[in-house]
Design a protein around this ligand. Structure first.
Ligand code: ZN
Length: 250
């Protein structure tokens, strides 16, 4: 049973936009507002969208706010260490209980993503304003709905393998860069009941979130990671009595 509306929280550390004029020119209100506007505009009454940022009380991620969130989008880069461990622990449990999580670009080193992956999550990178060609290698997957065989971003920061994550449960996109790198740019995992989607593009000095294909992927992704399951999930163990022995029981 699909729950509507989907309640989305778009989280951004919101630091580059306040200190870097180039980033401010691309995202005058912040990356979170640009993404929230895209989702609200494209998905209309099927979603509610709120935003949250690092410097708000509890990073805008209070228990009340998270109880009313079905899907969390995460953009962070220079301030991962400032995110409270207590809040990360709560978010981790919420993912296991079914919160959908979309982690963007440099969020690969966020506390919540590395905790869910259990590996270093490091990668290679190069800021060279090169073209990125993003190949859709899972054309039947809901996240690729409406895309062609590939699309291109004219200028991006390059990421390269090895991307130190566990093998994804579903690999959706592979990127190729002019400098020769390849990268697993769209990966899905399931942790507990929660669906996780990592999407690579999104460096703050390029207008990546204004790109129509990227916007389409974000729209598809929030619908995909939203879990329709109402099956109970326990985040701690439950003891049950031993069943009667098949030999001596009655
Ligand atoms: Zn970047």
């Amino acid at each position: 049973m699909i729950k509507t509306p989907i309640h989305i929280t778009v989280w951004n550390e919101f630091r580059h936009e306040q200190s870097n004029d180039l980033v401010k020119a691309i995202y005058p209100e912040g990356i979170h507002i640009a993404i929230a506007n895209t989702l609200g505009h494209r998905l209309g009454p099927t979603v509610t969208v709120r935003t949250a940022t690092l410097d708000e009380p509890e990073h805008g991620l209070s228990d009340e706010a998270m109880e009313q969130t079905d899907v969390l989008i995460w953009w962070g880069h220079i301030a991962h260490h400032e995110v409270s461990d207590d809040i990360v622990e709560k978010l981790h449990n919420r993912v296991l209980e079914g919160l959908g999580l979309v982690v963007l670009h440099s969020g690969h080193l966020s506390k919540i993503f590395t905790k869910l992956m259990g590996t270093g999550c490091h990668l290679r990178w190069r800021e060279a304003a090169e073209m990125e060609r993003i190949w859709c290698i899972h054309p039947g997957h809901p996240i690729t709905d409406g895309l062609g065989h590939y699309f291109e971003l004219p200028q991006t920061e390059a990421y390269g393998e090895l991307f130190d994550v566990p093998p994804p449960d579903e690999l959706i996109f592979i990127s190729w860069f002019e400098g020769g790198e390849v990268f697993r740019s769209g990966c899905c995992w399931i942790r507990g009941k929660g669906r996780i989607f990592y999407f690579r593009p999104g460096h703050e000095t390029y207008p990546i979130y204004h790109d129509a294909n990227v916007q389409r992927i974000l729209v598809n992704a929030v619908q995909y990671v939203n879990s329709p399951s109402t099956t109970p999930y326990f985040t701690s163990g439950r003891h049950v009595p031993d069943p009667p022995s098949p030999i001596h029981g009655h």
